[in-house]
Design a protein around this ligand. Structure first.
Ligand code: CP3
Length: 345
């Protein structure tokens, strides 16, 4: 098998596969003892930016489960460095931006750095991982989409209502445009460099874009995500476009770009397929919280997702959002085995 024939890449291209490929968003992390052990000695930023450590963490879930893809261990906030925005991860609080970008003056101060230089560590990790990875396992690179990354820069951390983000968008459309242009330029360069460094597929995480109404998505977001996908298209690698709570935005997100659409559990795969067209490969969509349920319920939910996918080509099994800390490892293992066994063609 060549690296290009892996089950994951074939499914992303809508080709027939022997069984449904599976990986999990946030598959490396705190639900694994191996990860927690490394975290005792290193900060999250150290794990992300030291290639030998990042390689180890990327491979931890691969060694433990029969997954079809690895995702490089990094974070969507790392490219903030290329825009001169300082941040840290604070225990119990998540990411904290030192000086949130709230006004047109703040936006004017952003610079467009060189992610190839600033994030050389991630590119190096990709190379290290690819050289150790079995050819049948695909390597995914990723970045945050401009809206989701901008929302962290503006809010300063996690947000419930995205008040500051929407206020800037509505009150200062020119500053918003500049912020989105800067962010999309950085992400386009960063992702291009990831493909050149060995990423065989790219996922753009627009995790929080579901907070927008469709018309706002069209006007304030679509052109910038579209620019990123257009820049990546010539590389002909699968481009996964993911968001949560996006049931009302699916067609517009597809218009923005991506060759595989990622959806969460709030919409059925059947409905997503009928809205996107049966030729559009889909990724999803088990509720991450189902992994905390008793095995009989969990198995029922896995069956439901597979039934919805209907054994057609072009389905990649995943959660509808990232795996949560404290998820029972044995349930993760069971889901991987069920999906492969139950979907055998
Ligand atoms: O999927 C993987 O295994 C690769 C690694 C990965 C991380 N972050 C490492 C991480 C990926 C793909 C991300 C993406 C990411 N980061 C997103 C998009 C996906 C999503 O969940 O919506 C977002 C919004 C972020 C920003 C971020 N990073 C938040 C909100 C937090 C704090 C919340 C949390 O889960 O703790 C982080 C921290 C972070 N990034 C952790 C990991 C493994 C937690 C680890 C720790 O503290 O040890």
């Amino acid at each position: 098998m060549t690296e290009n024939d892996s089950r994951f890449l074939k499914a992303c291209r809508g080709e027939e596969v022997d069984c449904t490929p599976i990986w999990f968003m946030r598959q490396a992390g705190r639900y694994m003892q191996e990860y927690l052990k490394l975290r005792e000695k290193h900060t999250l930023l150290e794990l992300c930016t030291q290639p030998d450590l990042a390689k180890e963490v990327t491979l931890q879930p691969i060694r433990r489960f029969d997954l079809d893809a690895a995702i490089v261990f990094a974070d969507i906030l790392l490219p903030l460095k290329s825009m001169g925005v300082g941040f840290d991860f604070v225990k119990g609080q998540g990411p904290v931006i030192h000086h949130p970008v709230r006004s047109p003056e703040d936006v004017a101060k952003l610079h467009v750095g060189d992610p190839e230089e600033d994030l050389k560590c991630v590119l190096e990790t990709l190379g290290l991982v690819r050289s150790e990875l079995d050819p049948k396992i695909a390597l995914i690179g990723f970045a945050g989409a401009p809206f989701t990354v901008a929302s962290y820069m503006i809010e300063g951390g996690y947000s419930r209502n995205f008040l500051h983000t929407k206020r800037l968008m509505y009150s200062h459309p020119e500053a918003w445009q500049r912020l989105m242009e800067t962010t999309s330029e950085i992400m386009a360069r960063y992702l291009t460099a990831q493909i050149e460094a060995g990423a065989q597929a790219i996922q753009l995480f627009d995790s929080w874009v579901g907070c927008l109404e469709p018309e706002d998505y069209r006007r304030y977001v679509l052109p910038y995500s579209q620019k990123i996908f257009a820049r990546l298209k010539p590389y002909s690698v699968p481009l996964l476009h993911f968001g949560t709570g996006t049931a009302t935005l699916l067609e517009l997100m597809k218009e923005a770009g991506g060759t595989v659409m990622g959806v969460d559990w709030r919409i059925s795969l059947k409905e997503a397929r009928s809205r996107l067209g049966s030729n559009t490969p889909i990724q999803g969509n088990l509720d991450p919280v189902a992994l905390f349920a008793p095995p009989t319920y969990l198995e029922e939910k896995v069956d439901q997702v597979l039934e919805q996918a209907d054994g057609r080509p072009g389905h990649i099994f995943n959660l509808g959002h990232g795996i949560l800390p404290e998820t029972p490892v044995e349930n993760v293992e069971a889901v991987v085995e069920w999906v492969h066994a139950k979907s055998k063609r």
